[in-house]
Design a binder for this molecule. Structure first.
Ligand SMILES: *[C@@H]1O[C@H](CO)[C@@H](O)[C@H](O)[C@H]1NC(C)=O
Ligand SMILES: *[C@@H]1O[C@H](CO)[C@@H](O)[C@H](O)[C@H]1NC(C)=O
Ligand SMILES: CC(=O)N[C@H]1CO[C@H](CO)[C@@H](O)[C@@H]1O
Length: 417
């Protein structure tokens, strides 16, 4: 008996040791970023950035650029509201009476002339009543598809509705049941100042949606960033992983892939037709092909030097990612976004056929090459000029970058030429 107990004790010690080596060490130094050296924007002589902090462009968590016209679509909220209501984080913000009902989609004509204010529009909603008549959206991820034959843009928006008792119409306690998240489709035209509601996707597979990505004109994939809306299993996600990618077509949704994720979030469909899924805590991007049966097949995993977030594709087919070099500060900023400006990194991910070259760290050039893909640091900020970015969009025509942060009270525009 004693013998058996001591055997268990030894196994226990070894297990904790292994856990430290592989899990906590990664968690503390790599994922949370304690002790990482972070460059300043001053180190990048070609990059000039400007904060836009006086136009109400707050908490713009996700963005999409219309390559043809340069119209930038942004899913914005208010930094104050996000502190009460944003069901998407491990630090759950589930106070539905604290919502300010101000979430809106902004459109900026990025290639026009004149002041930024004169080029900004807020889309008003048509034919949308919100949740129990509140006329409100609760924004998070967005993706837009250009119709091939007309100038219609189809907007998909993740909408974290507050849960409502269908019989009484009263709000339910979201800390107990979670948000009633749906995905909304709206339609607009480039340059228009309205968007018309086309339909709501409400389905059992839509649990904790984060980012959506169209795959063709009637179907899309999206990430569920956690394995449950609330509860213990959700809290364990950080340690044992969880979440999935799901697929929806006109009339049905299904889970398309569900193993090996740890906080999968800002997925994107590459120019190559493959689906790129970043796992923030997993520090990787899984690359998938989508098959006819609406399932994903893993074709590659790109290791990331940082916890990554929402990806975007530019006009040349390069993928850009907003990274968190110091996630521990970013977490603090979610509670105090007006005073804490967390560090941001912009990374570029491209295909490369030149074979494995490993990591190189010369001065401010940092590059990681796994033989298939190169991950490259484009620029980085430790001085509060970038918005604790959750999205980085690159306009390959002008060289400009547009950065938004889920909690940040401003967006940032950077010139690189
Ligand atoms: C929820 O938000 C309301 C309105 O801002 C506030 O009065 C209330 O204290 C908040 N509740 C919690 C539990 O934080
Ligand atoms: C969730 O939203 C759907 C779509 O609007 C609605 O039919 C359903 O009653 C809502 N459920 C809850 C619990 O709020
Ligand atoms: C669509 C979107 O904005 N997704 C994620 C971007 O970054 C934050 C931080 O990880 C995620 O929580 C968002 O959900």
């Amino acid at each position: 008996m004693v013998n058996l107990a001591s055997k268990f004790a030894i196994i226990g010690v070894v297990f904790v040791g292994i856990l430290y080596q592989f899990l906590f060490k990664t968690l503390i130094f790599d994922v949370l970023g304690y002790g990482r050296k972070i460059n300043s924007l001053k180190d990048y002589s070609n990059v000039r950035c400007e904060k836009i902090d006086d136009l109400g462009l707050e908490a713009c968590e996700d963005m999409w650029l219309h390559q043809k016209t340069g119209f930038l679509y942004m899913a914005c909220s208010s930094s104050q509201s996000r502190q009460e209501w944003l069901p998407a984080f491990s630090i759950d913000h589930l106070n539905n009476t604290g919502r300010l009902l101000k979430d809106r989609v902004a459109v900026l004509d990025t290639r026009g002339s004149g002041s930024v204010a004169s080029r900004l529009k807020w889309l008003s909603l048509e034919q949308f009543s919100g949740s129990s008549g509140d006329l409100a959206l609760n924004l998070h991820g967005l993706d837009i598809l250009e119709d091939k034959h007309t100038d219609t843009l189809r907007i998909l928006l993740v909408n974290h509705r507050p849960p409502i008792d269908p019989r009484t119409g009263n709000h339910l306690d979201a800390t107990l049941v979670g948000a009633n998240s749906t995905i909304e489709q709206f339609q607009t035209k480039a340059g228009s100042s309205t968007m018309r509601h086309a339909r709501t996707y409400f389905n059992e597979a839509i649990q904790t949606p984060n980012r959506v990505s169209w795959v063709n004109d009637h179907s899309f994939v999206f990430t569920n960033d956690h394995s449950a809306k609330v509860g213990l299993r959700r809290r364990l996600d950080l340690v044992i992983g969880g979440g999935n990618v799901a697929f929806c077509s006109r009339n049905s949704c299904n889970i398309a892939y569900s193993s090996g994720f740890n906080f999968p979030n800002g997925l994107v469909r590459g120019r190559d037709g493959l689906i790129y899924v970043p796992s923030t805590v997993g520090m990787k991007i899984d690359v998938f092909s989508l098959s006819e049966d609406h399932k994903l097949h893993l074709v590659h995993t790109i290791k990331s030097p940082l916890g990554l977030d929402n990806l975007s594709v530019d006009g040349d087919g390069n993928i850009f990612a907003a990274g968190f070099p110091a996630l521990h500060n970013w977490n603090k900023a979610t509670k105090d976004p007006f005073n804490i400006n967390p560090e941001s990194t912009v990374l570029k991910i491209r295909r490369d056929g030149k074979g494995y070259q490993g990591a190189s760290r010369k001065a401010h050039v940092e590059k990681w090459n796994d033989g298939n893909y190169v991950v490259e640091k484009v620029f980085e900020d430790n001085n509060g000029v970038l918005p604790g970015a959750t999205i980085a969009i690159h306009d390959s025509e002008t060289g400009r970058f547009f950065l938004g942060g889920a909690f940040s009270p401003f967006i940032t525009i950077c010139e690189t030429r």
